[in-house]
Design a protein around this ligand. Structure first.
Ligand SMILES: Cc1cc2nc3c(=O)[nH]c(=O)nc-3n(C[C@H](O)[C@H](O)[C@H](O)COP(=O)(O)OP(=O)(O)OC[C@H]3O[C@@H](n4cnc5c(N)ncnc54)[C@H](O)[C@@H]3O)c2cc1C
Length: 402
């Protein structure tokens, strides 16, 4: 089964008949089953190798495209399946249970590389790029972070100056996921320095423009199968119609993009936490010490109980944020809460899973140390945990009346 056409054919998202908050619609369940099967059959067997060799999961990517996972949250007329944010989040979650690098590749492509063009691009940009991104002809990347501007991305130094029918970009972006494989890069650049963040605009940068190049990324702690690189603009010339959204609104566009992206990083974190919990639970039932299994030791039972509790709570937050987005309701605060909580749960649960495995958990023989290294990214990318707390605080103190 694929979700390219018709599998999730409803045109409007309707809430499922909720008996409890994790119930899924028929379409969401179908997508989940398909992705679980794919993840277990194709992704799991090569996850350790991808990490060990720092190799981009090309095989997984081709299969992801073939299954139509790149099009889940997009309309059918553009080649998507209109399956909604929750179905998309579930796809990320299920893949990340076994290989977070593959989950991150998909999340960056959809939420950061494709969604902004779909949502804020003018008709020509949407027509030119979104079907190709959904069909996997192009991979998408998102360039916000600069060497001197990460959390403080309003401090962007990359500039864009208008020259006739073109924009001329100069500057540099770093840590950009998918960069070496991407066909398009959504980037911010300052078009009017005097206006601060209101003088930042967004652009779609095609890969092959003159003056644009890539620089190799550093070796990473985790997420080693996920590709990254720096983007270098040296009088890079972009067609004038590649401005994304109105001039001066790029910063706003990028922040709104992250609101949605955080749901997918929440789902990615949730997947890692579930994967680590599942490994620890199974191992505890097999490994014996002092004449009984680890699972018979109450200290281990309590650890597993806490893991299960945290995973379940994270799942509710992630699914809730996704459902709000699907229902067209505000989701910025909830997306931040989901990302913050789930990423910290992923760290805690994978750390505790290593403890349950003991020395074997510290070795590369078992996947839990990889999960812990991968989880760390989730507390940093698309806004650190501290920035999520700022977003939540702003929402409850400034935006909430009374
Ligand atoms: C694997 C990976 C993939 C990435 N992919 C992308 C990508 O595709 N595109 C992209 O644009 N970027 C990407 N990033 C960059 C990522 O978004 C930034 O690293 C992140 O936003 C933090 O920015 P920074 O690294 O400059 O840290 P800094 O902003 O320098 O922060 C350093 C520390 O200070 C804290 N801090 C900063 N300001 C405050 C404050 N006001 N209050 C409290 N604490 C604060 C931070 O929380 C953090 O702990 C990626 C990063 C990684 C690691």
């Amino acid at each position: 089964m694929t979700v390219s056409h018709g599998a999730a054919s409803h045109t409007m998202y309707t809430l499922p008949d909720i008996k409890h908050g994790l119930d899924l619609t028929e379409d969401e369940r179908m997508i989940q089953e398909m992705v679980v099967e794919f993840a277990e059959r194709e992704v799991l067997p090569i996850a350790a190798e991808i990490d060990e060799n720092h190799s981009f999961p090309k095989h997984n990517w081709d299969k992801i495209v073939e299954l139509g996972l790149t099009g889940i949250p997009f309309p059918e007329e553009l080649g998507g399946s209109n399956g909604g944010t929750l179905a998309y989040a579930i796809a990320i979650e299920e893949i990340s249970k076994v290989c977070a690098s593959t989950g991150l590749t998909l999340a960056a492509h959809v939420s950061l590389g494709t969604y902004p063009i779909f949502k804020w691009g003018h008709e020509d940009l949407v027509k030119e790029y979104v079907p190709k991104l959904i069909a996997g002809e192009y991979m998408g990347a998102y360039g916000l972070t600069e060497p001197g501007a990460g959390s403080d991305s309003g401090g962007t130094l990359t500039t864009a100056e208008r020259d006739g029918d073109e924009w001329v970009l100069n500057g540099r972006k770093c840590f950009i996921t998918n960069a070496n494989h991407a066909g398009t890069f959504i980037c911010t650049a300052v078009t009017d320095k005097s206006l601060g963040s209101k003088g930042i605009s967004a652009f779609v940068v095609p890969r092959d423009v003159a003056g644009f190049s890539l620089e190799k990324g550093e070796v990473k702690l985790g997420m080693r199968g996920s590709d990254w690189a720096s983007l270098v603009f040296e009088d890079a010339r972009i067609p004038s119609n590649h401005l994304l959204g109105p001039q001066g609104e790029g910063f706003k566009t990028f922040m709104k993009t992250l609101d949605g992206g955080r749901i997918s990083i929440g789902a990615l974190s949730l997947g890692i936490a579930e994967g680590a919990y599942d490994c620890a639970r199974k191992y505890a039932k097999e490994r014996e010490a002092f004449g009984k299994t680890l699972a018979d030791q109450q200290a281990v039972q309590f650890k597993l109980a806490d893991m299960a509790l945290q995973v379940e709570a994270a799942k509710h937050l992630v699914y809730h944020a996704a459902r709000l987005k699907d229902a067209g309701q505000p989701y910025s605060k909830e997306g931040s809460m989901a990302k913050l909580f789930a990423s910290e749960v992923a760290m805690k649960v994978s750390y505790d899973a290593i403890q349950v495995y003991g020395g074997y958990g510290y070795s590369r023989e078992y996947p839990v140390e990889r999960m812990w290294r991968d989880a760390k990214l989730c507390t940093i990318g698309e806004g650190t945990s501290e920035i999520q707390r700022l977003v939540i605080a702003r929402s409850i103190l400034r935006d909430q009346k009374g």
